[in-house]
Design a protein around this ligand. Sequence first.
Ligand SMILES: NC(=O)c1ccc[n+]([C@@H]2O[C@H](COP(=O)([O-])OP(=O)(O)OC[C@H]3O[C@@H](n4cnc5c(N)ncnc54)[C@H](OP(=O)(O)O)[C@@H]3O)[C@@H](O)[C@H]2O)c1
Length: 275
Amino acid sequence: MALLFFEEYAANSYLYAVLVIGLASLLPMGLLELKGGGLRYSKFAEGKSPLGEIPSRIAMFLFYFPSAALAGAVLSATMGILPSPVPEFLKNAHPSPRFLVLTAAICIHFSKRVIEVLFVHKYSGNAELLSSLSIVFFYTASTANLLYAQRVAEDLAPPKIDLMFLGCVFFVVGIVGNFYHHDLLAQLRSGRSPQQPRYVVPHGGLFDLVACPHYLFEIIDFIGLGMISQTAISAATVMLVAFYLTSRSISTRRWYLKKVDGFPRERKALIPFVL
Ligand SMILES: NC(=O)c1ccc[n+]([C@@H]2O[C@H](COP(=O)([O-])OP(=O)(O)OC[C@H]3O[C@@H](n4cnc5c(N)ncnc54)[C@H](OP(=O)(O)O)[C@@H]3O)[C@@H](O)[C@H]2O)c1
């Protein structure tokens, strides 16, 4: 019996393929983002857009809404709250507490993002359409894969060490810290006149130590999801998110140093005093 993870990938060739593709795309995705050739939205939306651009708020809503709706539908159908249309492969008549907690946590994660997109963030620009479509695909497929892997794991021996409770603690710390820093970013633009620069040096919270504390807390939130789930697919998803956001935080710090007057050189990218 595995120590930390279910062995759901060994029981299912689709999940095995997802795991291999996920791990194989870690390095290219991270390196592309690091070189500044990654996903083009917000600060990084400048340049040629082969398919055009859409306003950031619409793009971001489309990123998160399908995942929130999918997890919400699975949760409500599984608990018998509302009759929701749920794909056959995700139906679970006898869910374990872990399945319910994971589905609820995913639903909370993406619903929070939808609410932030609609009511908290103050966007100033656009997202490139091709990048936006890739992100919608990534989130929706990841959500379906995480839930399907958990569904398959329901019939397998559980890992020897149960990390679910600790995962809930990480998840809550991550989601609260992420929201707090999103609110600080939004405050930078409240009462901003059109003459003022689009981007200024953020302050408050961990912004005084790193360029992207909101990414750091997003990674903590995903580590929490991974610990609640304990599937190999969830571990690969955490690695992908961590790799991507670490690379993007390094690019963001580089961007600030080049484009924003007064950005402190000693401020790190993601982890205070370290990176
Ligand atoms: N799980 C994942 O793989 C993943 C990946 C990426 C993002 N996310 C989630 O999405 C969240 C937002 O990510 P993001 O990449 O969109 O963050 P971001 O580029 O830092 O932007 C967040 C918001 O703050 C504004 N903003 C950023 N820097 C600013 C500055 N210096 N001055 C004034 N306003 C500023 C942005 O405006 P503009 O739009 O006008 O730039 C936007 O409204 C993350 O914290 C995370 O929760 C998750």
